[in-house]
Design a protein around this ligand. Structure first.
Ligand code: 7RM
Length: 657
């Protein structure tokens, strides 16, 4: 769609609105007004209606130690009890909770009753091992029923889990185990992706051998691929031996609402990933509310979120949200392109998926595949079961939005473009499907009760029609509580003194439409990149590059990429001579592999350029804006008069080799 064309608006389909849990703009406005008039009363009402408490709370929001806010602090609950037991008590014991589809296509159904047994056995095994409330457990598993069971079992006994994405390296795993001080690691022999078996346990062994993981007492190994794997006597135990003889029921550990349910490491603007700490009560409340309101989840829905449990989207919209609402969900082990790029559409058809939630990157790659092969085009499948589509992780470009809407949703299904972050726990700005007229590329309006706004550098709220810094004006129940081991960093990152410590800083820029007040996210305003919806710090990648013996200095920036949203572009100064031709190609490959090894394959720079120097200001600061122009292939229009050696611009303007 070109800029000159008028913006297309898609009102909620009448039949959708007629059955929606939140139906129509009046209902939405009434909720917003309720929150506006009595903020605490609003959240307290919802927390009483949607969460099952062992001990009811009497306090709602405690701001006495701001910005370390507490919600429902004197209430007690158990998240796993909310996700499993209460559904069984409501008569859903035989309902399918999880439909698991393996990489190779095998399908397994797990009912709520069966889930209770599996979670209980694993929880009892953890307890028998001495794992107790507040202990940290690191989970390094592929997409699996076992991954969800392990997370739920931790929640059941009050252990705080920290899931590490299976694509992360030994070094990344080691750093997370070390920072969390975890007592137990749960991993698998390997993982199945795209018809291949990849190793996992050897990477875990490498991490544990690095030193700094001495807190780990036990390693539980789930056998997924059947690959032979070395077991360390006294430390390592296979999953089936770990749970052998354990009772089928585990009494939940009733924890305070503020008890840390999980840590999840995410990238920030400095080199070290931050352990985002989430609560039990407030987090669960928002997981439930967004399932019911954003996804309009009903008893007969089949919900599919394609994220990995290693990311926050998998936590909230696979492990917790759908189960806490008694839903039926798909859990998929594989990749969207195996055995071919029709896999998602085939699975939607086979399992009669009604709500589908995925990332723009996946959509864009499947558009490309469908364009050249009709057999993998969504039109070659029966997708009539779908009633709602969702998008998450990065801005969705209007062309991808329209294709998704027309070809996957058959023009019938609303698309909820959900803006949120690891730190926010759940959706912050999103359409509600029976309420909000959609504009492709806009995440539209705040979720009821979320006080999102756009401010300037001084923290002054801007008029609609202007662009600025995205903030949240009041604390909300599912927000990050702190950064594990680093409360100062929590305060300076999210409640900076620039805004008197009063506004939550999301780290994104945004604009609001002058007429509708709709939000459009314009991207990160810090040194965080978003590649295929994965968050990465430029400093993390720079540190990895300079740790290579050949590298003297490195600067990393993002540049727009049609497929992955952003691509990583690295400007590197080597200790020796600037290489050219084949020599340069060799070093590029070596540096890419080095970063892949240190952080994980997702962090490999797509583009590496060599210079004898980097463009710097007089005070020695790297001129990143200039590098961004170079990365994009733009002509440099910035003032370069302060540059010592303008010739390096020519060197850095193209990939070496
Ligand atoms: C859920 C998740 C968070 C960052 C965030 C944004 C970007 C996420 C959208 C989006 C535009 C969206 N957590 N982002 N969703 N940008 N529209 N709907 O992605 O912590 O990994 O990343 O992702 O920049 O700050 S995350």
């Amino acid at each position: 769609m070109s800029e000159s064309q008028s913006v297309q608006v898609f009102p909620p389909p009448a039949d959708f609105a007629a059955q929606a849990t939140i139906s129509g703009m009046d209902a939405y406005r009434a909720l917003c007004a309720e929150a506006e008039q009595d903020y605490e009363g609003y959240w307290a009402r919802l927390a009483r209606e949607h969460v099952t408490w062992k001990q009811p709370f009497t306090q709602t929001l405690d701001e006495s130690n701001a910005p370390f806010f507490k919600w429902f602090a004197d209430g007690k609950l158990n998240v796993s009890h909310n996700c499993i037991d209460r559904n069984i008590e409501a008569g859903l014991g035989d309902k399918t909770a999880i439909i698991f589809e393996a990489d190779g296509g095998e399908v397994t159904h797990v009912s709520y009753k069966e889930l209770l047994v599996r979670v209980s056995r694993f929880a009892n095994a953890l307890k028998a091992q001495g794992v107790k409330k507040g202990d940290r457990v690191v989970i390094y598993l592929p997409m699996s029923i076992e991954g969800i069971v392990a997370m739920q079992a931790c929640a059941r006994i009050g252990a705080t889990h920290s899931v590490v994405f299976g694509g992360f390296s030994a070094q990344s795993l080691r750093d997370r185990i070390n920072d969390a001080g975890a007592v137990l690691l749960i991993t698998s022999d390997g993982q199945c992706r795209g018809g291949k078996a990849l190793p996992l346990k050897p990477i875990a062994d490498e991490a544990l051998a690095m030193g700094g993981c001495e807190s780990i007492k036990k390693v539980v190994v789930w056998q997924r691929t059947g690959a032979a794997c070395a077991m360390t006597e006294g430390r390592d135990i296979f999953w089936q031996d770990f749970v052998a003889g354990q009772a089928d029921y585990c009494e939940p550990e009733w924890v305070e609402a503020e008890h840390p349910l999980f840590l999840l490491y995410t990238s920030g603007s400095t080199g070290k990933p931050k352990g985002v700490q989430h609560s039990s009560g407030g987090y669960l409340l928002h997981a439930i509310l967004t399932m019911k309101w954003t996804f309009d989840l009903k008893a007969n829905d089949v919900f599919w979120c394609t994220a990995d449990i290693g990311w926050v989207t998998g936590h909230t919209y696979i492990t917790y949200g759908p189960l806490a609402c008694g839903g039926t969900e798909i859990v998929f082990e594989g990749v969207p392109t195996y055995p071919d790029a029709g896999r998602f559409w085939k699975m939607i058809q086979d399992h009669k998926v009604s709500i589908f939630y995925t990332a723009p990157t996946a959509i864009r790659s499947l558009i490309k595949a469908a364009d050249t092969n009709a057999a993998v085009h969504p039109k070659s499948f029966d997708l009539s079961s779908l009633r709602l589509l969702g998008s998450v992780g990065e801005p969705i470009n209007p062309a991808a939005w329209s294709w998704y809407h027309d070809n996957v949703g058959g023009g019938r299904c609303p698309i909820v473009d959900t803006f949120w972050q690891t730190e926010t726990g759940g959706h912050m700005i999103t359409p509600l499907p029976g309420v909000t007229p959609l504009v492709p590329g806009s995440c539209t309006l705040p979720f009821p009760g979320i006080q999102a706004a756009i401010v300037d550098e001084t923290g002054t709220e801007l008029d609609w029609g202007k662009g600025g810094i995205l903030v949240v004006k009041r604390p909300w129940p599912s927000m990050i509580r702190t950064i594990w081991n680093d409360p100062d960093r929590f305060q300076t990152s999210y409640y900076p003194a620039d805004f008197n410590g009063k506004l939550y800083l999301a780290g994104d820029g945004a604009t609001r439409d002058a007429e509708t007040g709709y939000f459009t996210i314009t991207g990160r305003i810090d040194d965080v990149l978003n590649v295929s919806g994965h968050r990465m710090g430029t400093m993390e990648i720079e540190s990895a590059l300079v740790s290579h013996p050949l590298v003297a200095e490195a600067a990393v920036v993002g540049r727009p990429d049609d497929l992955t949203g952003e691509a990583i572009c690295a400007f590197v100064v080597l200790k020796g001579e600037r290489p050219e031709g084949d020599a340069a190609k060799k070093v590029i490959k070596e540096l890419q592999d080095h970063v892949g090894k240190l952080i994980g394959p997702i962090a490999k720079p797509k583009d590496i350029r060599f210079g004898e120097n980097l463009p710097k200001t007089r005070s020695g600061k790297i001129m990143r804006r200039l590098l961004r122009s170079l990365a994009k292939g733009e002509e440099v229009t910035q003032d370069t008069s302060t540059l010592e050696n303008p010739a390096i611009l020519a060197q850095l303007s193209h990939t070496a080799g």
